[in-house]
Design a protein around this ligand. Structure first.
Ligand SMILES: Cc1ncc(COP(=O)(O)O)c(C=O)c1O
Length: 396
């Protein structure tokens, strides 16, 4: 008998994550002995803080190695609520929190819980590449809200408003934004929240980079009056605590949404890793000074890399206000090098100079590229030296 060849329509609607693809290609070259400078992945170059690692070791020694509740332990859910309250003045309690296997998993489950086929989700452009695929996987339809390049891609209520229709179920925002570095101000969050509650749509806020804000104080939309009705937070410990491999994220929101997420996990992944959950309790309740140390180091790297890029002919770059990415406009370079698009640019840069970046096509804005500055100063220097040589080369 022939094996059934057809895959589901659902799985055919999504692509492999562009950032993960770029990381895999860089890893492949590195395995062949190529000295790659990797500006592709969004990942702190720091080890996980010692106290967090020690909590995981204790968890293993104390045999905390069994299944937990599918939505995470009560201890961790309470710890997440306490941390969120201390950082942002919110008042969530454990029944309003579910723990997932990373922030991406949290977002995926939230969208599965909220969006039916044919319903619309508003996503500002440039977007984190995963948003559009997760929406597509639910059968939802992304309505892309283009932000203004001249405003450095600022996300505003004005930009979103005309995209909300009677079919809209949710708006997904990410501030600080990957890739643009935009940070939504508290006042703008107020306007956005008013807009979404008046129109009766969910406001999903991806707080993955929440603590990586270079000027001003980090802010959560969940702290706005009335936010508990329609705001759903998807959070992550990956970037703020250098815990990308541990896979711990969370959802904060109305109990019905949180229970739906836990129900989905009970039938899919079950609980997030039990040892990582113990480590996450320490991350939430232990010393927080690590976050500030990382932030000051990132600020130095951002300023250095920004200065270098701005001095390169044909490259213009705005200053990111948060996260750890630069998002330069390279359209002039593409034209000069007679290159078709950012994909060709990225492939050639990797092939000829062993520098990995992610092309703007992955984020809905061709003509831009994303460069992470969460790499050592040494790698920033040598990677940008190679980058500069590449863009100065004549077209073949
Ligand atoms: C905007 C954004 N949201 C969420 C995530 C998810 O991170 P994780 O699944 O590692 O928690 C990422 C990771 O790169 C991200 O850039």
């Amino acid at each position: 008998m022939q094996p059934p060849a057809r895959l589901s329509q659902r799985i055919c609607r999504i692509r492999v994550s562009a950032t993960m693809q770029a990381a895999a290609e860089a890893a492949r070259l590195r395995a062949q002995g190529v000295d790659v400078v990797d500006f592709g992945p969004g990942e702190p170059d720091y080890p996980t803080p010692a106290g967090i690692k020690a909590a995981a070791v204790r968890a293993i020694e104390q045999d905390f190695t069994r299944y937990t509740a599918a939505g995470g332990t009560e201890e961790l859910r309470e710890a997440i609520c306490r941390r969120h309250a201390a950082d942002f003045g919110t008042g969530y309690t454990a029944p309003e929190c579910a723990v997932s296997s990373g922030g991406k998993h949290a977002l995926f489950n939230v969208l599965q819980a909220l969006v039916d086929p044919g319903e619309e989700v508003v996503v500002p452009v440039p977007y984190w590449t995963t948003f559009t695929d997760i929406v597509a996987y639910c059968g939802g339809v992304c309505t892309l809200a283009h932000t203004e390049e001249r405003d450095h891609f600022a996300i505003t209520a004005g930009v979103l408003e005309s995209h909300i229709s009677p079919k809209t179920r949710a708006v997904i925002l990410n501030s600080p934004c990957n890739p643009s570095g935009d940070v939504i101000s508290p006042e703008e969050w107020g306007r956005i929240h008013r807009l979404t509650s008046e129109r009766g749509v969910w406001l999903i806020t991806d707080e993955c980079y929440q603590h990586l804000v270079y000027d001003g104080v980090p802010f959560s939309a969940a702290s706005l009056p009335g936010a508990r009705e329609n705001v759903v937070v998807a959070g992550s410990l990956s970037k703020s605590y250098a815990m990308t491999g541990w896979r711990i994220g969370f959802v904060l929101g109305p109990p019905a949404v949180v229970s739906a997420v836990a129900k989905l996990q009970s039938q899919s992944t079950s609980n997030p890793n039990s040892i990582a959950q113990k480590a996450a309790v320490e991350a939430m309740l232990g010393p927080q000074d690590f976050r500030d140390q990382m932030l000051s180091e990132y600020r130095l790297r951002r300023d250095f890399a920004l200065g270098r890029l701005r001095a390169m002919p044909g490259v213009s770059c705005h200053e990111p206000k948060g996260a750890f990415y630069l998002y330069p406009d390279i359209r002039e370079v593409l034209a000069r090098k007679r290159m078709r698009d950012g994909m060709e640019f990225a492939n050639e840069l990797l092939r000829r100079h062993a520098v990995a970046i992610v092309p703007g096509e992955a984020f809905g804005t061709p003509g831009y590229i994303r460069i992470t500055f969460a790499v050592s100063m040494r790698d920033l220097e040598r990677g940008l030296d190679r980058f500069e040589r590449f863009i100065s080369e004549q077209a073949e």
